[in-house]
Design a protein around this ligand. Structure first.
Ligand code: NAD
Length: 467
């Protein structure tokens, strides 16, 4: 822990939120100290006891009201996301809508959170799914609203209280969501948002004995620290970490469709997407044709003002991220480069690199920017070997017209979320999470609420008292 982190554990500090498209200061918010986290846990524990005691139908009703409040403020939330995160407005609207839908979906699970009755002799055996208590959600800056909601909505629905620590650069939508929750009637203290520095506020949540579970989304490096520290208290931990996902294009695929879809599969959100398909693997016999089509498709991507409805790609989140991305897009490598604005803002052009060694840094590490590599392969076996040649295992796509191959490769690629002839990966009603160093546990989908419960088994004897 740095000296500054040590100071911030005890003393007030502030976070400055910048508009990444202009570098103007959007807001300044207070950062949470370790004492703020302690106080929030006390409030959360109190609220959780009352919340869990409410009738399930009442909890569901309040969560639906929260969803309605989000819907009524969708445009405001989306505009805030554009300002603090530089997301293009169409995406930002989808993100606010995702929060609403997730709250609705989770609300539908409250009355369906059933245990089981298991056959035994001499009595009745039932399982009860009980809330964990206070859950800490630590979110990254790349999808501030949806990722906050992926942990928060099911945790609340399962009867827990939530303390959300948003990323340093993007606390504003999270703070607004907490206000909307209160307006919708959720009890005070049940859903609290504590902006703050990761090693200070985030770490205090991870080390707090009153926090039963941590849902962490962020880098693999910090995720490993969270797991190590959480394990000292046997804390439940879900990790959603990095990715270096393959986009595998076989020669028998619809090459036009694959090339048309490839740019936004790694440029969406300026490549700051854990599922970005940044390793484009193309069968050698289709390689030249694919690149011929990819060039114009990359050049057609509009990069600029994220508030403009016609923009496809906005800026990167910060100067730090810009420097990081630059360090990967090594000059001298061949490739295709799109255009980006000059002047203020953290801009980087869409970039595709060819002729890259498959072991080069840019081919194996997560860039988290608008940079992809195209690597050729000979046959199915080599495609699978290349796809799996990474420590990550989050997402991937397979383009082929051969259904047998689609299934074989889907089974062979070690990743949690695959799509065939498309790049879809995240739906709130299907499970999401990573293999290998992309994470532990799953979010979303039919089991989302169960991940925020403990299973208690109760045996009730039907034998009468001994005579
Ligand atoms: P990060 O790990 O730096 O930060 C993520 C969060 O952790 C932030 O809120 C940060 O303040 C907090 N944090 C930092 N240090 C901490 C500490 N010592 N203790 C507790 N909390 C701490 O990651 P980032 O740069 O904000 O986000 C980008 C990363 O997130 C990428 O690697 C990306 O792939 C990953 N990501 C994964 C998914 C997924 O679902 N798998 C989704 C989005 C992003």
């Amino acid at each position: 822990m740095s000296d500054e982190d040590k100071r911030e554990r005890e003393h007030a500090y502030e976070l400055e939120v910048l508009n990444p498209a202009t570098e103007e200061v959007v807001a300044t918010v207070p950062g949470a100290t370790a004492a703020d986290v302690d106080a929030a846990v006390v409030r959360a524990a109190r609220a959780q006891t009352r919340w869990a005691a409410l009738a399930p139908g009442e909890r569901a009703r309040l969560l639906r009201r929260f969803a309605v409040a989000v819907d009524e403020h969708l445009e405001e939330l989306a505009r805030l996301e554009v300002r603090e995160a530089g997301h293009v407005i169409g995406n930002a609207r989808w993100e606010a809508g995702n929060v609403r839908d997730l709250l609705d979906y989770a609300a539908g699970g409250v009355e369906r959170l059933t245990g089981r009755q298991i056959p035994v002799s001499g009595g009745l055996d039932v399982t009860i799914l009980e809330p964990l208590g206070v859950v800490g959600v630590i979110a990254p800056w790349n999808f501030p609203m949806p990722i906050a909601a992926w942990g928060t909505a099911p945790a609340l629905a399962a009867g827990n209280a939530v303390i959300l620590k948003p990323a340093e650069t993007t606390p504003l939508t999270a703070l607004r969501l907490a206000e909307l929750a209160l307006e919708a009637g959720l009890p005070e203290g049940l859903f609290q948002v504590l902006p703050g520095h990761g090693p200070v506020a985030g770490n205090a949540l991870v080390e707090h004995p009153g926090v039963a579970k941590i849902v962490f989304t962020g880098s693999t490096a910090v995720g490993k620290q969270v797991l190590a520290k959480g394990s000292a208290l046997l804390k439940r931990v879900t990790l959603e970490l990095g990715g270096k996902s393959p986009n595998i294009v076989f020669a028998d695929a619809d090459i036009e469709a694959a090339a048309a879809a490839a740019p936004m599969a790694f440029l969406d959100n300026s490549g700051q997407d854990c599922c970005a398909r940044t390793r484009i693997l193309v069968q050698r016999s289709a390689y030249d044709r694919f690149l011929e089509l990819l060039g114009p498709a990359i050049e057609a991507v509009t990069v600029g003002d994220p508030a403009d409805e016609k923009t496809d790609m906005g800026p990167l989140i910060s100067q730090v991220q810009l420097e990081r991305v630059r360090s990967y897009a090594t000059d001298g490598l061949e490739g295709i480069r799109g255009k980006a604005p000059e002047g203020p803002g953290f801009w980087f052009p869409p970039t595709v690199l060819t002729g890259v060694d498959p072991h080069a840094r840019v081919a194996v590490e997560e860039v988290f920017g608008p940079v992809a590599v195209v690597l050729p392969f000979e046959d199915e076996a080599e495609a699978v070997t290349l796809a799996n040649a990474t420590d990550y295992g989050l997402s991937g796509s397979i383009w082929t017209r051969d259904i047998g191959r689609a299934l074989r490769v889907s089974q062979a690629v070690r990743a949690g979320n695959l799509s065939v002839n498309s790049h879809s990966s995240v739906r709130y009603w299907t499970p999401f999470g990573g293999f290998k160093q992309s994470g532990i546990g799953r979010e979303l989908g039919p089991e989302a609420l169960t991940a925020f419960t403990e299973t208690k088994n109760v045996f009730i004897s039907t034998e009468g008292p001994a005579q």
